[in-house]
Design a protein around this ligand. Structure first.
Ligand code: PMP
Length: 387
């Protein structure tokens, strides 16, 4: 009964080797449940208890432009950046959000000029994260609107460009594509962590978004943070969040702070010496999964995957190829609808069209639990057109 309450009954089926054949493997969403196995071993280091009298107030740090930011979260976010070396934190304002999803919307609100006759265009190079167009246009804002692929953008005038690096869905490192003087940039660094990609330098941009969702895997805590150079922009983002949700759950912020602390400590071997460095653990998991996936793709002969360029990682102190959180899988040959083809084999993925790309592509979550991931690669390796 313990196994059932911790996972799903489907996991039980896998564990006992019964019923795999007809089981649906859902790799559509980017749910980072792979990390569960690491955090189960870190019970003591990561458990927090919040007594009923604590964290009652709306306010966390009234003197901070982001008055609902818990100082301990700010401290631990800065520390993890220093440990990993993936972002410059000096001379920045930090804004906390309910996931980087809320911060993205806050950033659009803050960056789009108010009082203009028409909304500001928002672009990103295709394939782009499928939620960007949906989130941008959901409320039909008068301030900004989705304008599609940045590579096709040739209008004069101001615009916002989203730079996601490494990119969701294809894992490529990205820099700004439009590069005109009137563009303002939002850098989404959800995946700029050393288990996915070489950390080549400390990112140093005007507005950078980070999240615990893909760094430590705590997507359910819904905590993200923005590093913002300009005080006005940080204050406008704060205003957006104030009007949207009057701040961000303190309980979640305190939990995220504890998780980030445990993560940094694990890198410095300051916690239980028997506990592995979190980024080593996750790096090794990703290396193993990508090797398994590439072997399955070779064996089946029906698909292809992107080839990546290796780079030196200042954190891992080694050269390696990106090993992204998603596989951008292409159906080769006569299969035109890759999502439909995989669905017939009971594998759910997200169709390329949602990312501004062709139906020949799908995005596959690489961060599911072991039994699901293993079943996926096993099925992929035995697929053939004759079936
Ligand atoms: N940006 C990118 C590129 C993402 O892939 C995701 C999650 N899928 C997010 C932002 C949103 O993350 P969060 O859980 O922090 O809202």
């Amino acid at each position: 009964s313990r196994v059932v309450s911790e996972g799903s009954s489907l996991e039980l089926e896998v564990a006992s080797g019964v019923g795999d054949h007809g089981r649906v493997v859902d790799l559509d969403h980017g749910d980072p449940t792979m990390y569960e196995m690491f955090w189960k071993r870190m019970d003591e280091e990561t458990t927090i208890v919040i007594p009923g009298w604590q964290s009652i107030s709306y306010f966390s740090d009234p003197a901070n432009p982001c008055w609902f930011l818990e100082p301990e979260l700010a401290k631990q976010a800065v520390r993890i950046h220093q440990v990993v070396g993936n972002a410059v934190t000096e001379n920045r304002y930090m804004v906390v959000g309910t996931g980087s999803t809320q911060l993205y919307q806050a950033a659009l609100y803050a960056l789009a000029p108010h009082g203009e006759p028409g909304p500001m265009d928002v672009v990103s190079v295709a394939p782009f994260y499928s939620s960007y167009p949906l989130m941008t246009d959901f409320l039909k804002s008068g301030l900004y609107k989705w304008a599609g692929d940045a590579n096709l953008y040739d209008k004069d005038g101001p615009y916002i460009e989203l730079v996601t690096s490494p990119n969701n869905p294809d894992g490529e490192p990205r820099t700004s594509a439009v590069n005109r003087s009137q563009g303002v940039l939002i850098h989404d660094f959800a995946y700029y962590w050393p288990q996915y990609a070489p950390i080549t330098s400390a990112a140093d941009h005007d507005l950078m978004l980070f999240t615990v969702s893909k760094s430590t895997g705590h997507a359910g805590s819904r905590i993200g943070w923005a590093l913002v150079k300009d005080k006005e922009v940080a204050m406008k983002m704060t205003k957006f969040i104030e009007l949207n949700t009057i701040g961000v759950s303190k309980d979640s912020q305190l939990r995220a702070a504890k998780i980030l602390k445990a993560t940094s400590d694990s890198c410095k071997h300051m916690s239980n010496p028997k506990v592995e460095n979190f980024f080593k653990f996750s790096f090794n998991q990703m290396t193993e999964r990508w090797a398994k996936l590439r072997a399955a793709v070779r064996k089946s002969g029906l698909f292809s995957l992107p080839d990546f360029t290796s780079d030196w990682c200042t954190y891992n102190q080694q050269v390696f190829q990106p090993q992204p959180a998603f596989a951008w899988l292409k159906c080769e040959g006569e299969i035109d609808d890759c999502q439909g083809f995989l669905k017939k084999h009971k594998i759910l993925t997200r169709c390329g069209k949602h990312f501004g790309a062709s139906l020949k592509y799908v995005r596959v979550n690489m961060l599911d639990r072991d039994p699901n991931f293993n079943l996926f690669v096993e099925r992929l390796s035995t697929m053939s057109l004759i079936e």
